[in-house]
Design a protein around this ligand. Structure first.
Ligand code: PRP
Length: 173
């Protein structure tokens, strides 16, 4: 049976916060020619909105990482199936992620990208979901903080479904 959905973030709230993050990043990175690295698949919508909220030029790249199986529980294993393509050495790199849950994905990615010797490596995530955090990852820019719940929409999926919803919902029993 399809689960019910409870609205967590509506379009206006997301748009407001993305604009605020864009303004903050514009102040901090304006003269640094950063590379934004989006984490596929979940971050594709946030990344697309965020880069358009920046009023200075950036370069973009993507990695493809997955930690979840087909359902709503994490497998705990991280798979990297697409790496960055731009050289990161001596560049200011900002990871753009949709949601941080256990923190395993970002912990893996930070170590992975750090090997390329960037000038700086920071993280911008839309949602910090902290209750199940297993690894302490430094989150430099956070859109929203939630404690728990299985979230879908605005890039977040449940077994590849519901990613394209413009709002963020919690799936409820
Ligand atoms: C989700 C999400 C993050 C990661 C967070 O991706 O987009 O990348 O899980 O989980 P963690 O903090 O517990 O490691 P998922 O593995 O579902 O792949 P997807 O982005 O392709 O949906």
């Amino acid at each position: 049976m399809e689960k019910a959905k409870r609205l967590i973030l509506d379009q206006a709230a997301i748009a407001r916060r993305v604009a605020e993050l864009g303004a903050q990043l514009s102040r901090d990175y304006r003269h640094l020619e950063p590379i934004l690295v989006g984490v596929l698949k979940g971050a594709f919508i946030f990344m697309a909105d965020l880069v358009r909220a920046l009023d200075f030029p950036v370069e973009v790249d993507f990695v493809r990482l997955a930690s979840y199986g087909a359902g709503t529980t994490s497998s705990g294993e991280i798979h990297l199936s697409k790496d960055v393509e731009l050289p990161l050495r001596d560049r200011h790199v900002l990871i753009v992620e949709d949601i941080v849950d256990a923190g395993l994905t970002l912990d893996f990615l930070r170590r992975h990208l750090d090997q390329r010797k960037p000038a700086s490596l920071k993280i911008c995530c839309l949602i910090d979901k902290w209750e199940r955090r297993q690894v302490d990852v430094p989150l430099d820019y956070v859109g929203f903080t939630v404690s728990k719940g299985f979230l879908v929409g605005y890039g977040l999926d449940c077994g590849e479904k519901l990613r394209t919803l413009p709002e963020v919902y919690e799936l409820v029993e």
